[in-house]
Design a binder for this molecule. Sequence first.
Ligand code: FAD
Length: 327
Amino acid sequence: MSNLAEGIEPVLPDAKMHLVLPTAPVVGKVVTSKSCMKGKSASFIRHLAVDVSGTPLEGNFLVGQSFGVVPPGVDANGKPHKVRLYSISCPSWGEDGQGKVVSTTPKRVLDERQPQKPSDDPEDHSLFVGVCSNHLCDLRPGDEVMVSGPNGKRFILPVDPSQHDYLFLATGTGIAPFRGMAMELFQHPKGPTTSRVELVMGAPYTTDLLYDDLFTDLAAKHKNFRYHTAISRERRPDGRRGLYVHQYLEEQLDHFGDMLRNPRTLIYVCGLAGMQVGLFHILARHGLDAGYLTIHEEIASIPPADWTAEQIKRRVRQTHRCMLEVY
Ligand SMILES: Cc1cc2nc3c(=O)[nH]c(=O)nc-3n(C[C@H](O)[C@H](O)[C@H](O)COP(=O)(O)OP(=O)(O)OC[C@H]3O[C@@H](n4cnc5c(N)ncnc54)[C@H](O)[C@@H]3O)c2cc1C
């Protein structure tokens, strides 16, 4: 244990990485593809399970890591498509219990085309279809998919998970690793964890919630697991505006404050790039940042309430007790 004010540093396992390189991907076979959304939505997000048995990935990934997918074909320059990363959404023992089937949570990237660089035609508003996400979402059971990895060594559970309590904060497909982590912690062959685990899932509308049945079920079975939802674009039953994840946390500080002050607690944040900014701000504004954040001296004398988003992005860093995976 380190200095109590800094909290208990997590001891992480040595994650295996890059066993399969994207330049020489291996073939996985799709086992399952199904929607994992709560309702009808403008987004399309699926739960996709891929059999990687017989490849170096078999049995060699950890919950929280990601893996690579190399889409078929070539890009606009005639070069093979680049690899894209997808978070693993199953426990370390896989969907099958033996580490042979890995899963993820791809969201179709679909939009009206918008200029990305000055030379792009500003009048072109034709449909933009993301290459790899749509390739993945189109796949059917039995189809082949080129995979690489595993990737990432920081966004994983500690060697001895019972040493810690967990605050999981997700937006959108950022829920993927928390599906795996919740299963690893509560459906472990050696029995469910006794750690306190709280998950806050952020989504624009209730229908956009992902794996809602699983989390509702785990919360009903385990009193040390709480499942919270922060719905940003719907009014709440009492007419108040919707909340983003960090706003929800701030509104519920009576509930989360003790946990955040507890030296055992680890925070995991996964989802939209930038979602950490609001979190860092409320932690600092409420004096709850000790152990989770380091603040650069350049802004240390400025009251946190006056920090700009830019200052937070550049001058506040997370410690080992605050894991971040944003994209
Ligand atoms: C560690 C990590 C884990 C991830 N986990 C997941 C996951 O679990 N699930 C998931 O769905 N994704 C995940 N991603 C994101 C994923 O890697 C891909 O970036 C995403 O699926 C988009 O890839 P694509 O090939 O479909 O889109 P691309 O074809 O690569 O298109 C996206 C790019 O096109 C441009 N673009 C975007 N919108 C427009 C527009 N309207 N008009 C013109 N150009 C545009 C942008 O430059 C953008 O970067 C993760 C990323 C990382 C780094």
